[in-house]
Each structure stands twice: as structure tokens, then as C-alpha cells.
Write a protein that binds this ligand. Structure first.
Ligand SMILES: C[S@@+](CC[C@H](N)C(=O)[O-])C[C@H]1O[C@@H](n2cnc3c(N)ncnc32)[C@H](O)[C@@H]1O
Length: 202
């Protein structure tokens, strides 16, 4: 039998709960022989049913406030007749986000901490914030086994979560992650660099 990473994941009881896209509004390395890469996959794994699901509801609804009709249905009555029903209401101001999330990337977008950019592949603080909101609550423990420049550490602390970080590369810990956490006010939500424009929706 072929033993793959997928086999290992299943053996440990993880299930793929969601497949999402992190879409970048720019690109770092222009492609010469194929189209510029502006996305990465985001896989959400869970052991059984996720304990916490706080889906973000920040997609402006084009029909907000308008009277909408959401379909008819029929229900058989005791006397055999059919009663026609249906549902309608006014559109909410915001709907649930789709699973493609857009962010500006690079300096002044992903982060403003100089230490972070000593690492070659940082995640935008705003993206990390959005996942932490979605899948955890305050005081939960966030484990990042590939902590790199410490983005997940910084954002977790700012969002009142406990945090454990690991990285195989000691230089990233000593030169990026630890100085970044020591210098920034990680207990404060304002320490997170939020983009001025709404990032997640095109
Ligand atoms: C894409 S970077 C993570 C960046 C991080 N999210 C940030 O915003 O800074 C991946 C990190 O995983 C680390 N890494 C790769 N393989 C690893 C392993 N087997 N165990 C621990 N860390 C690993 C690398 O050293 C690198 O810092």
C-alpha cells in the first residue's frame, strides 16, 4: 500500500472540513513560463466535528433591506388537501463570506513589523485573524507547528488566545519571531495590522 501524508492524516483522525483559497491581490515572483501565481490553498482539518465554528458574516448583501421571496413549499393537510406556504423576509445587511479570501500582500499589507520580513513566507496578519475568529474562542489554545516569523503567535495573543509555537529553523525563531513578539504589544487587538480596505471580498 502506498503510504502518503494523506494516509498519515487519516490515521491520526483528521478530516478535511473545508478547502479554501487565499487569493493575493499581487504576486511576488512573476511567472515566465506559466501564469503568475496569486493563490494558495487553505485546508481546514478537524478531529471529528469542529468544536467551534464562527463563520464570518461580512459580505455586503446587494439586496439588503429589500423584501425577498425565498421559495414556495406545499404541506399535505389531514383532510388530504395541500397547503401552499413559503418564506419571505427582508435581506440582511451582510451575508456569509465565500471560501475565497482576498488580501493585499507585502510590506504595509501583510504586516508592518520589520522583523517579520526577515522571513521569506509570512502570512498576512488579517488572514490569520480571520481564521482564528472562525475556528476558536477566547482563551482557547492555538498551536502553530510552523510558526516562522510569529504571525499566528502575535495575532493569537492579541485576540486573547493561549499560544504554542514550534519551528525547525532556529534562526527564524531567534531573528524574527521572538524579537517581533517582544517588541509589539501582543496583548492588544490594535497590535494586529488590519488592512484599510475590506480584504476578504473582491
Ligand atoms: C510558510 S512558513 C510559515 C510562516 C508563518 N505562517 C508566518 O506568518 O511567519 C513555514 C515555516 O515552517 C517551518 N517548517 C517547515 N517544516 C517544518 C517542520 N517539519 N517542523 C517544524 N517547522 C517546519 C519553516 O522553517 C518555516 O518557518
Amino acid at each position: 500500500m502506498l503510504y502518503t501524508r494523506d494516509t498519515a492524516r487519516r490515521e491520526r483522525g483528521f478530516f478535511l472540513h473545508d478547502t479554501m483559497i487565499y487569493a493575493k491581490r499581487g504576486f511576488a515572483n512573476p511567472g515566465r513560463v506559466r501564469y503568475h501565481n496569486v493563490f494558495e490553498y487553505m485546508f481546514v482539518f478537524s478531529k471529528g466535528k469542529p468544536k467551534t465554528i464562527n463563520l464570518l458574516r461580512d459580505k455586503p448583501n446587494k439586496t439588503a433591506g429589500q423584501l425577498e421571496h425565498w421559495g414556495d413549499n406545499t404541506k399535505r393537510q389531514k383532510d388530504g388537501s395541500l397547503k401552499v406556504g413559503g418564506s419571505s423576509g427582508r435581506g440582511a445587511e451582510y451575508g456569509y463570506r465565500y471560501n475565497i479570501w482576498y488580501y493585499n500582500t507585502g510590506r504595509q499589507h501583510s504586516a508592518v513589523d520589520d522583523e517579520a520580513f526577515l522571513h521569506p513566507a509570512i502570512a498576512p496578519e488579517h488572514l490569520v485573524h480571520d481564521h482564528i475568529v472562525s475556528w476558536s474562542n477566547e482563551e482557547d489554545v492555538i498551536l502553530d507547528p510552523m510558526v516562522g516569523s510569529g504571525t499566528v503567535a502575535k495575532v493569537s495573543k492579541a485576540m486573547n488566545r493561549e499560544f504554542i509555537g514550534v519551528d525547525k529553523n532556529k534562526e527564524y525563531l531567534e531573528e524574527c519571531c521572538i524579537p517581533r513578539l517582544q517588541r509589539t504589544n501582543v496583548g492588544d487587538i490594535n497590535a494586529i495590522h488590519f488592512q484599510k480596505q475590506s480584504p476578504a471580498i473582491p
